[in-house]
Design a protein around this ligand. Structure first.
Ligand SMILES: Cc1ncc(COP(=O)(O)O)c(C=O)c1O
Length: 385
């Protein structure tokens, strides 16, 4: 069964019980405002939670037409939808070349809400051991059976899929670029495996979006694969806040009805969405910045290798993990860097497995070549102490 057929049958059940929430109803505000205008009576919004009338405040005397309001006033289902949401969703869907997108207030909310809504009783979810806490919590809240497989182990995944042959619906959940290891799956192989076992593929592109792929569209776009569900965050390379889930129109409608972190939460700030739309345009046009970023990443990896600093061999891109072993050593190395004016995060269990505490260096286009040399020197010195 296709994902659309599967989710469509669930939506039909909601319709039959009169419990279906139609995303098209988000336009109710405009329709009712037009009705009020036609009747020549004031439009009265008795649906928002904007009790003190502050959500619609705009800085200075800027008019509604030129400045979006700061607060949405309610969830999307309760008339919190504004044109800035749909404009941003259209731009995001276009960016990742999927039919539709749905905004969430954060990547955490997107993952928890999406995985828990999709992975129902009749499913099994197969999750990479190093998936982000939000994906793990999504699995915990899901009614599905959850199988955790070793990191990036396609053979283990295949065994898990074979073992779950009798389970009606199978989900594979992964990050495309792992936030603590700076590595990622062979997405083409993963897609092929999912197709062979008729499993649906959920890919969290949080750290890949803006960094990899054509126009920064992520690692799925880079490898030419189409996931069933793509999660993107806006607080990382996009430099804003919030997140989105992209996929088919049926997926969007299903999440609109069923993702609890979407349904029961105030819609993102329209003002922020308008700013984010501009950030997305800049990221898409940022090929020169991406080239610079990847050049700096290679330069840092080379400089660290020349100084015998142990960078995780499977890593690539702007996340450069220097595995140090104990939490105590990671703290000591991070402190030594702080003492020379360099901030680098020591990562300890439970964020990473026991015995693999590390320094997580991240590269940015804000760096100069000199910064890269200084960083490599300081890390080498701190590791040797
Ligand atoms: C892989 C991954 N997914 C999701 C998130 C959550 O995103 P947000 O910060 O927008 O809540 C993070 C944040 O660190 C992440 O690393």
């Amino acid at each position: 069964m296709s994902l659309d057929a599967y989710l469509g049958s669930k939506l039909s059940a909601l319709r039959a019980q009169n419990l279906f929430r139609d995303p098209a109803d988000a336009a109710a505000r405009d329709v009712v405002a037009a009705t009020a205008a036609r009747l020549e009576v004031p439009f009265l919004d008795a649906s928002s939670n904007d009790y003190l009338g502050l959500a619609g405040r705009r800085p200075g005397n800027v008019s509604r037409e030129t400045s979006p309001q700061v607060g949405a006033g309610a969830s999307r289902l309760v008339n919190g939808g504004r044109p800035e949401h749909t404009a941003l969703e259209r731009a995001l869907a276009d960016w990742v070349k999927l039919p539709e997108a749905l905004l969430f207030t954060s990547g955490f909310a997107a993952n928890v809400g999406t995985v828990s809504a999709l992975a129902a009783e009749e499913s099994v979810v197969i999750s990479d051991q190093l998936n982000h806490a939000s994906l793990i919590d999504g699995c915990r809240l899901a009614r599905a059976q959850v199988l955790v497989v070793p990191h990036l182990d396609l053979a283990a995944l295949e065994s898990a899929l074979s073992a779950a042959r009798a389970v009606p619906v199978r989900w594979v959940v992964t990050e495309s670029y792992f936030s603590m290891d700076g590595d990622g799956p062979d997405l083409a192989a993963l897609r092929a495996l999912c197709d062979r076992h008729r499993a649906f593929l959920v890919v969290d592109e949080a750290h890949a979006l803006g960094v990899f792929g054509p126009g920064g569209a992520g690692r799925c776009a880079e490898q030419g694969i189409v996931p069933d569900v793509l999660v993107g965050t806006l607080g990382k390379a996009v430099g804003s806040q919030g997140a989105f889930v992209a996929g088919s129109s049926t997926l969007r409608t299903f999440l609109w009805n069923r993702a609890r972190s979407f349904v029961f939460s105030t819609a993102p700030s329209p003002e922020l969405c308008a700013r984010t739309l501009e950030q997305v345009r800049l990221v898409r046009e940022g090929d020169a910045d991406r080239e610079k970023l990847h050049h700096l990443c290679s330069a840092l990896r080379q400089a660290l290798a020349e100084r015998s600093v142990p960078v995780l061999a499977s890593s690539f891109g702007p996340i450069v993990p220097v595995v140090l072993g104990t939490a105590e050593r990671a703290l000591r190395v991070a402190d030594a860097l702080r003492a020379v004016g360099i901030l680098a995060q020591p990562i300890r269990p439970p964020t990473v497995p026991e015995g693999t505490a590390r320094l997580r260096l991240t590269v940015s286009t804000r760096f100069t070549e000199n910064d890269v040399g200084r960083l490599a020197d300081a890390v080498a010195r701190a590791c040797a102490e």
